[in-house]
Write a protein that binds this ligand. Structure first.
Ligand code: CP
Length: 358
């Protein structure tokens, strides 16, 4: 089995994501990740296992006895939430997931409140957290930082798993897991996810959720991906290169209404102006045709669904919120269950939960 302790950082960082994945496995043969860093670590059997575990956790948690059992499962573990970028959902759903499993948590939500402010390196900060905790859930504006920290920790005297809760403009693997979980649940008893058309709309260039979900969707059969955006914010060539390599059907467009008519799922995203290199640059881009409102709602199939990783601004009108096809609120709650599943599986408690008597 490939191990992060047997490869130098320079060599590891030069590998493709597919080549890196075996180094991040929990143990030989069980298919689960130890460090969760990017979407390329998940294949379809693993996605289905995690969704089944999430369903099991949400069912067990319905009764007081079941909830108390779940709280006992990982009561001996502690997790650190290290978020150096703003977050509501990802932070709180990981926190709630830990609480469901009985995991005690600590947090740093702003590097200015930690000793990084005094000049401590990120490597030393992570080593510090690993002295007190058994897992680090981290969000950072820096692309690739979670990978570097996973390598550092695996080569330290206290290796603990890292979950990437969003890194730069690049990856948001646990968001993609909850998006897939939402799609699977939305199309349950309606023929499933295979053969569907998923339309992405908005800032596809800088939206890390789109990049991770686009990859996870390649695990399903014959799913067509349509990318609808202003040309300045269209999806990047590396995403398209993956789709071409995998023989996935895709289309690039700027016509949201046509996309909505044909779509099974419409995944809206916010303009990510926090990444503007010049302040106000995004505001100069014409985005008015990339908003989902009452007209688009009329065009959407009766069993279609509207998704959004949130937070939103005005790219989905609030008049859509009460429509049964609006899945974005459910998406958020699904995040808590799938993250609980991922954390439990990372610690090796998948079978203990799946096979318990509740
Ligand atoms: N979807 C998402 O990452 O939301 P937050 O930024 O609120 O965590």
């Amino acid at each position: 089995m490939a191990k992060l302790t047997e490869i130098g950082w320079e060599e590891f960082s030069g590998l493709s994501l597919d080549e890196k994945s075996p180094y991040l496995a929990r143990c030989e043969g069980d298919g689960l990740p130890y460090h969760t860093l990017f979407a390329q670590q998940f294949d379809r059997p693993l996605l289905e296992r995690l969704c089944a575990l999430a369903n099991r956790i949400r069912f067990i948690n319905k009764s007081k006895e079941g909830a108390l059992y779940l709280k006992s499962v990982l009561a001996h573990k502690r997790a650190m939430l290290y978020f150096s970028q703003p977050s509501s959902r990802t932070f709180l759903s990981h926190l709630a997931a830990c609480q469901i499993l009985g995991i005690t948590t600590g947090s740093v939500r702003d590097a200015a409140t930690s000793s990084e402010f005094k000049g401590e390196s990120k490597e030393d900060s992570i080593r510090t957290f690993s002295s007190y905790f058994d897992m680090i859930i981290m969000r950072s504006p820096e692309q690739g930082l979670a990978e570097k920290m996973a390598w550092e920790l695996s080569n330290s005297d206290r290796p603990i798993p890292i979950l990437n809760a969003g890194s730069g403009k690049d990856q948001h693997p646990t968001q993609a897991l909850l998006d897939i979980y939402t799609l699977i649940r939305s199309f349950e008893n309606k023929g499933g996810v295979d053969g569907r058309m998923v339309v992405f709309c908005g800032d596809l260039l800088r939206g890390r959720t789109v990049r991770s979900l686009s990859y996870l969707l390649t695990n399903f059969n014959d799913v067509k991906q349509v990318f609808i955006a202003p040309k300045e914010l269209q999806v990047s060539d590396d995403v398209i290169a993956i789709l071409k390599k995998k023989g996935v059907r895709y289309e690039i467009s700027d016509d949201l209404k046509a996309g909505v008519k044909a779509a099974d799922a419409v995944y809206m995203t916010r303009i990510q102006d926090e990444w503007d290199s010049t302040k106000g640059a995004s505001a100069k881009i014409e985005t008015s045709h990339f908003k989902f409102g009452a007209e688009e709602l009329k065009l959407l199939k009766p069993d279609g669904c509207i998704m959004h990783p949130l937070p939103r601004r005005d790219e989905i009108a609030t008049c859509c919120d009460r429509d049964p096809r609006a899945m974005y609120w459910r998406q958020m709650r699904n995040g808590m269950w799938i993250r609980a599943a991922l954390i439990a599986a990372t610690f090796g408690y998948e079978r203990a939960i799946m096979d318990c008597g509740y």
